[in-house]
Design a protein around this ligand. Structure first.
Ligand code: GTP
Ligand code: MG
Ligand code: ZN
Length: 286
C-alpha cells in the first residue's frame, strides 16, 4: 500500500487497516503495488518475507542505483502542468519507461484553469496524442470527471515532476484521502517535493490510484543503447533503415531518422532525446 525508504505499509485487502512493515534483510526489492508474503512481529507490525511475481514493474535507474516506482500497475499517468513549467524530456522518459515495461500510458494535463499557458501546453502535447498517448486535460481544483472513466478497473500510478498537482488530483478523486500538497515556488519555477512516500489510494471497487514523489530525473540505464529506438513509437518503424547499420542518428549520411525528422521541430526534439539517451547508456556500465 505504501513505500517510503525502507519502510512499507501492507494490507491483506485494499480497505483493511494497514500494517507497518520492514523487509527482511537489507534488500530494497519491494515497492508499492507489490503482493508479498509477511509475518506479524506485533499487532500492527510485520516483516515482508518474500515478493510475489509481478505482472509489471515500473522503475528507473542510473549507473549506480535502481529505484522501483511501482509494481503490478496496469496504467501509467504522467501528470504535467503549464506551471511550474513541465519538462518535455522528462515526460518522454516516463513514457519510454512505461513502453519498456509494457504498461499503457496516458498524459494528464493538469491546471487547465490557467488559461493561455494551458492552451499552449495542450498544443505541444498534441504530438504525443498523435503517437497514441491520450492527453486528458483537466483542472484538479475544478473538475476531475474527465479522469474518472480512465481510472475504471485499473491500478494506475501518477508520476511527474514536483508541483504538477498529483496529490491534489488524489484529494479531488478521493475526498477523505488527505494527501499533503504545497504551493509551488514561482521564483524557482518548481514544486517543493511535498510527497515523500509512494502510496496507493483505493477508489471505487476494482480501481486504485498510486501517488508518487515528484521526479527530478528519470534514468533509463537498464535499456541497452541499441534497443532504445524500439520505445520511441515514431522511430521504431524506421529501425534498420539507415544507410549504415551502426548509425547513431547523429551526423551520419543516409540516416532515416534524421531525414524523417528534418524540418519538424517536435520530431527533431524527440530524436535528440533518443540520441541523448543512447549516449548516456553507452557511456555508463549498468
Ligand atoms: N491553478 C491550479 N493549481 C493547482 C491545480 N492542481 C494543483 N494545483 C496547485 O499546485 C500546487 C502543487 O500541487 P501538489 O498536488 O502538491 O503537487 P504534486 O505533484 O503532488 O507535487 P510533489 O508531491 O512535490 O511531487 C498546489 O499549490 C496546488 O494547489 C489546478 O488544477 N489548478
Ligand atoms: Mg504530491
Ligand atoms: Zn540513423
Amino acid at each position: 500500500m505504501a513505500a517510503f525508504g525502507r519502510h512499507y505499509e501492507i494490507a491483506p485487502t485494499l480497505t483493511a487497516q494497514p500494517l507497518s512493515c520492514m523487509r527482511r534483510g537489507k534488500r530494497q526489492d519491494v515497492t508499492c503495488g507489490d503482493r508479498v508474503s509477511y509475518c506479524h512481529t506485533g499487532p500492527d507490525q510485520g516483516v515482508i518475507e518474500s515478493v510475489h511475481p509481478r505482472t509489471s514493474l515500473l522503475y528507473r535507474a542510473d549507473a549506480h542505483r535502481e529505484k522501483l516506482l511501482a509494481a503490478n500497475v496496469t496504467q501509467v499517468l504522467v501528470v504535467v502542468a503549464p506551471e511550474p513549467t513541465y519538462h518535455d524530456e522528462l515526460l518522454s522518459r516516463c513514457l519510454i519507461a512505461a513502453e519498456a515495461a509494457g504498461i499503457p500510458a496516458a498524459i494528464v494535463l493538469n491546471k487547465s484553469d490557467l488559461g493561455l499557458v494551458a492552451e499552449e501546453a495542450a498544443q505541444a502535447l498534441g504530438y504525443y496524442d498523435a503517437l497514441g498517448y491520450p492527453v486528458i486535460q483537466l483542472s484538479a481544483l475544478q473538475n476531475v470527471t474527465p479522469l474518472q472513466p480512465v481510472l475504471d478497473r485499473q491500478l494506475s500510478i501518477l508520476v511527474g515532476q514536483s508541483g504538477m498537482g498529483k496529490s491534489t488530483l488524489i484529494n479531488a478523486l478521493k475526498p477523505n484521502a488527505a494527501a499533503r500538497t504545497a504551493a509551488i515556488s514561482r521564483v524557482l519555477d518548481s514544486g517543493k517535493h511535498t510527497t515523500t512516500a509512494t502510496r496507493c489510494y483505493p477508489l471505487q471497487e476494482g480501481s486504485a490510484l498510486i501517488d508518487s514523489p515528484g521526479l527530478q530525473g528519470f534514468g533509463l540505464a537498464y535499456l541497452g543503447a541499441h534497443t532504445l529506438i524500439r520505445y520511441f513509437r515514431e522511430f521504431s518503424a524506421l529501425e534498420g533503415q539507415c544507410r549504415f547499420s551502426d548509425c547513431r542518428h547523429l551526423h551520419e549520411p543516409g540516416c532515416a531518422l534524421k531525414q524523417w525528422a528534418e524540418g519538424h521541430p517536435r520530431r527533431e526534439l524527440r530524436l535528440r532525446y533518443l540520441t541523448t539517451l543512447q549516449q548516456e547508456n553507452s557511456r555508463q556500465r549498468y
